[in-house]
Each structure stands twice: as structure tokens, then as C-alpha cells.
Design a protein. Structure first.
Length: 446
């Protein structure tokens, strides 16, 4: 695995951190219900949006409470290779010296791992420079869709070369604004988000309209709110739609505080729900930017008592969960969390409208179905849904397919059932390197 490097103030090597994990990790069941307060690191989604907006701003920005994991490090390394100043302070903030929408280095070879946000956010920014800029990733990233983004960049006048609409892609400058384009959003919202972030830097600005159904809409809302925090003028056109008009402007340097990761919070909320315990998550609440906070609504329907305050979430689990029917299109990163606790409910659970998860770090629908079956649970899989029948869970070694969310979600099963082992637990470094330490902390109150 290639290791991000060249970032001043960073004492972190993905290879070293992954190497500290065993090949398999057995999860010991909890002896009593969870009673904990869990403080989580910053959101990956927000961190990467803020890092790129800071690089496109005129001057130095400070990103506080960023996430330090694989995905943000691939972006930080790419920014360094592109000539931006990136420094991690002693307090753990990241300072980025922006160039007002200019790309300092005329050409670069960039590696993005399996980071979807980095792979989809960087190319529109690179189209502001001269090029050539080559963007490549892991073998799985070479399988993930990028055609929609390539077509959109070409519609803006950028020159983009790739074979069979897959990574690696080579981006050259030439993008021009002052127009309106349609962006397909049925397979990923990241195409729209990537174009939005760079749109203020285009002469004449840009109007973007999604073509077809837009999946994971809450992530686009995060994009818009981060852009506005850095001074962008972006409006929905018409209000309440998924179309956006972005005025030409210069991002302003700012100090931006990243809220805790709501997707990561889902695992700890689910742990309390599963064990009939109580948990508090500071820093997330009803004013959160992240759509995945809505996972608390699903847990409430499963029988949990959930209180959303302005600055925290509190949850108390029931004696036993009940099954639900849930459309998880908008919060699909929590789909696997629900799937992992569904076998312990009193009635079946139906997860639907999540076909796009087949195109993520792995084919998540098939992977979840396979591993639940390995645990002895009956699962009915369709092209966009899973129906999970509660039953007796048996011990098993859970394959993770290199997918961090498979590891984190299925570790929850081990909190209830002895003999559950996670294969390749080190894959959690993608978004939460300290996940298993935080999970272990539930035994002593977080």
C-alpha cells in the first residue's frame, strides 16, 4: 500500500498503522449494557470538503478537529504534490495555504487510494490548472464509476483522457463557466459535490442540475454548507430543488471546525441500542450538517428512546429491538449498521432503495448478505434491498472485503455473540483508525 507523506507536522503512516492490527480480531461480548459517553473524531465527509475549499481560497485557512485517516491523508498528500502548503499544528488542526482558485503545480501524478470523495472532488479542481494531472487509485477505485464526472468536465471544456471511463484519468485545463450543465446523480452524489466545490473559481460561475434521481442528497447539502462557510455564493434554483446556481467568487480563508462523524456515531448508538444500554454522543445534534444523524430516527422506530439536543445525542436502548422497513437511500453509509443489528430484532427488517451501494468500497449489498449468511442468518437480496430474518447467530470469521464499514458494522455482532472474528480489521484506517479502541472503551464507560 502506498503511504501518504510529505505533510509537515504529520507523524502518521497508513502502512505502519495497518501493520499494528492483527490479521483477525475477535470481539469479546459485553458483559453488561453500554453506559458511555463517546467522543468521536471529525467527519471524513466534512474534512475533505473543507480541505479542498481551503486550498481554493485566497490565503491560509485552519481546519479544526479534522479526521486523520486514510482518505483525508490521500487528499492532503495530493494538495502537497499540487504545490499547496499543508501543515498539521501541535494542536491537531490542519492549516492550508490556498491560492485563490489557482493550481500551483502545472502537472502532477496523484494517487487517491480508494477514497471516493478525493477521486471525485479533485478532477474539477484540477481542470482549473494547466495539466496534465494524472489521477489513479486502488484496483477497486479503477472499478468504481467516474464516467458521469468525465462527461461533465468535458461539457465544461476541460480535456479529460481515460480508457473505458475508468481510472486512471488525465485532466488538463480548459474548464469554462458561465453555463448550465446536467450532472447524472443516480450512482453517486459525489460527482455533483465535486463540481460544486470548484464552481466558484470558474469565470462566470456555474449552474448545475442533477439528471435523474440524486442519491445521498444530504451529502450535497453538506457540500453547500461548507462552501458557504468559506464565502461561496451558492443558491438552490429554484429553492427546495436539487439544482444549484453558483456565482463566480473567491473563497475566503477561514477557521472551520469539523463536527464529529455521524456515520461513525451510528456504530456506537447501535451498540447501546443492541445491549439495552445508554449512550451520549457530544458534538452532534439536531443542528448537525450530516444527514446520517437521521439514523437515530430508525433506532427510535426500533424501540429506542432518542433525544436530539443542539449539541449532543442521547439514546437509551429497549429490552429488545423490533424490526423496521427503512428506505436508506439518503443515509446509505449507515445501511450496514442496521443490517448488523437486525438479526437481534423481534421481527424482520427490510432495507431498501440502496442499489448504489453496490458501487462503493465493495458491492455492499452482496457483502452484507454473504456475511449475514455466514453467521447463520436468513437474508433475501434483491438488486436494491435486503430482507433480514432474525435468528440464532452462530460464531464466524467475518470477511471485510477491504471495506471499513463492513468491519465496523459487523464488530457489533461480536458484542452479543462469542466467537465473532473480524478479518483484516486494519481496513478501518480508511475513516476511523481508533475504532476498536473506542469500541473497547464501551466496557468502561467510553
Amino acid at each position: 500500500m502506498r503511504v501518504p507523506s510529505g505533510i509537515p507536522g504529520v507523524d502518521f503512516g497508513i502502512e505502519a498503522v495497518r501493520g499494528s492490527f492483527p490479521e483477525e480480531l475477535e470481539i469479546a461480548p459485553l458483559e453488561r449494557p453500554v453506559e458511555a459517553t463517546v467522543c468521536l473524531p471529525g467527519s471524513k465527509s466534512i474534512t475533505n470538503r473543507a480541505l479542498l475549499a481551503a486550498a481554493l481560497a485566497e490565503g491560509t485557512s485552519r481546519i479544526e478537529n479534522p479526521l486523520f485517516s486514510d482518505d483525508p491523508f490521500w487528499l492532503m498528500q495530493a494538495l502537497v504534490k499540487l504545490g499547496f502548503g499543508v501543515r498539521v499544528t501541535e494542536e491537531g488542526a490542519v492549516e492550508v495555504s490556498g491560492r485563490g482558485g489557482r493550481i500551483p503545480t502545472p502537472s502532477a501524478d496523484l494517487f487517491v487510494g480508494n477514497a471516493g470523495t478525493v477521486a471525485r472532488f479533485l478532477p474539477p479542481a484540477l481542470a482549473l490548472g494547466t495539466g496534465p494531472y494524472r489521477v489513479d487509485g486502488t484496483p477497486r477505485m479503477r472499478e468504481r464509476p467516474v464516467a458521469e464526472l468525465v462527461e461533465s468536465l468535458r461539457a465544461l471544456g476541460a480535456r479529460v483522457d481515460c480508457e473505458e471511463d475508468r481510472f486512471p484519468i488525465v485532466v488538463r485545463g480548459g474548464a469554462r463557466g458561465g453555463r448550465e450543465i446536467s450532472v447524472p446523480g443516480e450512482r453517486s452524489s459525489q460527482f455533483l459535490s465535486g463540481l460544486l466545490i470548484s464552481a466558484p473559481c470558474l469565470p462566470g460561475g456555474l449552474t448545475l442540475r442533477p439528471a435523474g434521481t440524486l442519491v445521498s442528497r444530504p451529502y450535497v447539502d453538506i457540500t453547500v454548507r461548507v462552501m458557504r462557510a468559506f464565502g461561496a455564493a451558492v443558491e438552490e434554483d429554484p429553492p427546495g430543488s436539487a439544482a444549484f446556481r453558483v456565482a463566480p467568487t473567491t473563497y475566503h480563508p477561514t477557521t472551520y471546525h469539523v463536527e464529529p462523524d455521524a456515520s461513525a456515531a451510528s456504530y456506537f448508538l447501535a451498540a447501546a441500542a443492541l445491549t439495552g444500554g445508554r449512550i451520549q454522543i457530544p458534538g452532534l445534534g439536531r443542528s448537525s450538517l450530516q444527514g446520517d444523524v437521521a439514523f437515530t430516527g430508525i433506532l427510535r422506530r426500533m424501540g429506542c428512546r432518542v433525544d436530539l439536543f443542539e449539541d449532543r445525542i442521547e439514546l437509551a436502548g429497549p429490552p429488545r429491538l423490533r424490526g423496521v422497513e427503512a428506505d436508506m437511500n439518503a443515509i446509505s453509509d449507515t445501511m450496514m449498521t442496521l443490517a448488523a443489528i437486525a438479526p437481534f430484532a423481534s421481527t424482520p427488517t427490510l432495507i431498501k432503495n440502496v442499489a448504489h451501494t453496490r458501487l462503493q468500497e465493495t458491492d455492499r449489498l452482496s457483502a452484507v448478505a454473504a456475511e449475514l449468511t455466514r453467521l447463520g442468518i436468513q437474508v433475501y437480496e434483491t438488486h436494491d434491498s435486503l430482507r433480514i430474518i432474525p435468528g440464532r447467530v452462530r460464531p464466524a470469521a467475518i470477511r471485510t472485503y477491504g471495506d471499513h464499514r463492513m468491519a465496523m458494522a459487523f464488530a457489533l455482532v461480536g458484542l452479543k455473540v462469542r466467537g465473532v472474528r473480524i478479518v483484516d480489521p486494519g481496513c478501518v484506517t480508511k475513516t476511523l483508525p481508533g475504532y476498536f479502541e473506542l469500541l473497547e472503551g464501551l466496557r468502561r464507560g467510553g
